[in-house]
Design a protein around this ligand. Structure first.
Ligand code: PSV
Ligand code: MN
Length: 417
């Protein structure tokens, strides 16, 4: 029941609720994607940026800058083929070791490990579902090598996304491919240490356009369950068909104990990699609300709420990379803070009374709250810039990075053609 002492005038937040929300925000770590700092493009071309990272060290420098400004991003997810030297050779452990050391020097740690079984020519017909057993073996070996990398860098998350699928009706047998995924994932799960979680990401389209083998949360959940107890589902917010209710998926997976983490971004049409909250901030808010409500219910029941990884998966083609990442982190903090402010007791009461309008107003009141002043004060109290985005735009980091990286790009060390 709502504590009467926590009742504030309708459009004001009671200080006790605000403090609880800030305490939850304090624990919100947002993992950055190494690949979000490099030059990327669409299939129609790339628009290169002088300040974009070339090497993995550059990416770590950029991530460290985002963490320095926001204090919320101590971990960086990596894509092994793009970030670890020596993949597929005996030198890979050495590569992983130096990567971990490079992260540590910058006050960071390596987060989720993303293997890559989609870019090599051999994966034309897929990876774990390939008709050719030698290609399936190669993919599984790479996933197992990624586990070794994870162990070496101290990461406990193996994050799997598969481009497997088919482009044409009749091209492939859906059931046979499903069985191969079951087999392959089981083997990989068995190779994971007890501390490691397998995150299984789904996506209904691209690069396959007739079907992908892990097209939606139900398929990912089924395959995760068959893989083993430490396999969970990863929800990339851009990987849904138009109109899908993502927060319902989140709530459902939470209740099943099957939500492992997120790839945050926003979208208008497909997997657009737009800035989180730039298109539908209310949706991101509703997703956070499902999480905070689940956590509250677990706490009430005296049960631990299993950890959920909050990762960003955005590669901006047009925005400056570091600035876009700082903007994203601040937006995620703002939207999650609004969700943490929802008066859950009043929401419970309104729902149990069937008072639909009052229930919806609980969401709207919190969403309409301007949390920026509270966040600025909270950051300042931690020695962080009150407005990380403004600090980022003013501090000259991007200009210095561009000056240092431009010559390397021009001399062929980067991705300038
Ligand atoms: C695929 O679209 C995806 O969302 C996966 O998470 C990949 O790892 C990432 O994008 C690569 O950019
Ligand atoms: Mn993703």
């Amino acid at each position: 029941m709502p504590d009467a002492s926590e009742k504030a005038p309708r459009f004001e937040v009671h200080p006790a609720r605000r403090d609880r929300a800030l305490e939850r925000l304090e624990r919100l770590e947002i993992e950055l994607p190494s690949w979000g700092f490099a030059d990327t493009g669409t299939r129609f071309g790339k628009f290169l940026q002088d300040a974009a990272a070339i090497s993995t060290e550059d990416k770590l420098d950029d991530a460290a800058e985002v963490h320095r400004l926001t204090g919320a991003c101590p971990a960086v997810a990596i894509h092994v083929l793009w970030d670890v030297d020596g993949c597929g050779s005996g030198a890979v452990i050495e590569g992983a070791r130096s990567l971990a050391a490079a992260a540590k020097t910058r006050g960071l740690r390596i987060g989720a490990i993303n293997p890559n079984v989609f870019q090599d020519q051999c994966y034309r017909g897929g990876s774990l579902a390939n008709e050719d057993p030698s290609i399936r073996r190669r993919a599984i070996d790479h996933l197992i090598e990624s586990i070794a990398i994870a162990k070496e860098v101290g990461s406990d998350a193996l994050s799997l996304w598969f481009a497997d699928g088919a482009n044409y009706p009749g091209q492939a047998c859906v059931r046979r491919r499903k069985r191969r995924f079951e087999e392959g994932l089981r083997e990989v799960h068995e190779a994971m240490p007890a501390s490691m979680t397998m995150l299984l990401e789904y996506k209904p389209f691209e690069p396959a356009f007739y079907f992908t083998d892990l097209a939606d949360w139900g398929m990912a959940c089924t395959l995760a369950r068959k893989a083993g107890p430490r396999a969970k589902v990863l929800v990339d917010t851009g990987h849904h068909l138009l109109g899908q209710n993502v927060e319902q998926i989140v709530a459902f997976l939470l209740d099943e104990g099957m939500l492992g983490g997120f790839h945050f971004n926003d979208r208008h049409y497909a997997d657009d990699d737009l800035t989180s909250g730039s298109i539908d901030p209310y949706r991101a808010f509703r997703i956070f609300l499902e999480i905070v409500r689940f956590e509250r219910d677990a706490a009430k029941a005296g049960e631990p709420a299993p950890p959920v990884a909050f990762m960003i998966d955005q590669s901006h083609n047009l925005k400056p990379k570091v600035e876009a990442m700082v903007q994203t982190v601040c937006t995620v903090q703002e939207l999650s803070m609004k969700a943490f402010l929802v008066d859950l007791d009043s929401l419970d009461l309104a729902q149990s009374r069937g008072d639909i309008v009052a229930a919806e107003e609980c969401l709207k009141d919190a969403f309409a709250t301007d949390v920026r002043p509270v966040l600025a004060a909270w950051r300042a109290a931690r020695g962080l810039p009150g407005d990380p985005l403004e600090a980022c735009r003013a501090n000259g980091y991007a200009a210095a990075a561009a000056a240092a990286r431009r010559p390397r790009k021009q001399s062929g060390g980067g991705s300038y053609a």
